[in-house]
Design a protein around this ligand. Sequence first.
Ligand SMILES: [Fe+2]
Length: 376
Amino acid sequence: MDMKPARHASASDADRNMLRSALDQAAEFDDTLRASRAQFEDMLTRYIAPLPYAQDALFRRLISGEPTVMSGVPAPTRGALAGLPVPDAAAALLTWLLRRRSKTRYRLYGAKGSERRYLTLRDAAAAWTRDTSVFGVADLHIRDTPMEDIIDPDALAPFNLLTASTPDVQRQEMYSLVISTRGYVTDSHSDAPDSTNYCFTGRKLWIAWETQEGLEHGLEDVEHVKVKGRARFDLRSWVKLPSARWFLVGPGQTLFFPAHLSHKVVTIDRYLGVGGFFFCLPGAFRLLSHWILKEPLWLKDDGANENEQLVAEISKAALKKLRQTGTTSGGDGTWGQDYLRLAADDFVKSCPHADLAKLQADSRFAPLLAAATQRA
Ligand SMILES: [Fe+2]
């Protein structure tokens, strides 16, 4: 995907100081992020500032495949957390976690080479509160668990078609609680679908770039390169990439992140949030073409070919949703159906001819494109 360099950020002095300090904190834990004064100035041209939530702006950015940080997106909370101001919701979430009695243990991921640890939810929350060791927890799935009492899994990405498809596709949503402490680094990697994250408390600094562009310039991605230790990354190469982007995600902010970007993430203030993967109509052509032309990551270790049908099933769910929502615009725009025509026109305009010919001969792509271009 072609990505134009980000516009020069007109960061105020306060923003500039805050960003410099955030970057310096991240560099304490990942020294590839140490930036000279000149490098930092270059980096500012790649910085993505948060936007106030507006559905129109979000859907347009999902079409273009730009990472988007928004403040004021409805919080994915319910029950005891519903309607609370962000700091109160964060405190209530922590209290709730500390009261869990389940004996189920979850793996804590620490620094590379550190001992494996498994803790219950309550003990992980207590360790997070003590803040004396560096760790992140994965696999804290929310659906069909008591966490659904306080987290509304459908509110984070109400336009998500992964949940409107087959059980195999639904599993790709992986809606989870995200817990990490200051200094926890997620090394350079990519994910198969688009992703979203909501932050209750804490801050993470994200560094992103288009996967293939990065590989061509020596930036490794653990999904694509066998890596010993840390994936290779250098700021000098990264900042020159047209696709280079960086941003912070903090309390009350929601991130929407496209699948074609590799990323590494440093927790700079201990973080509690929720996150998951999604597929939506405005991003449909961008993401389907990404999967069809490059093979989705879920086929990588899929010896039994269990995931071979996922793209077809997702495409079918998109087509079905389009039919349900009618052939003309208007009505409830939750699914982003009114942006599909724009997405199709935009895609056809920017897609290289050879790729477009391949996609138009593919039954997972062509029917949706035809249906979109018939819409008003
Ligand atoms: Fe990721």
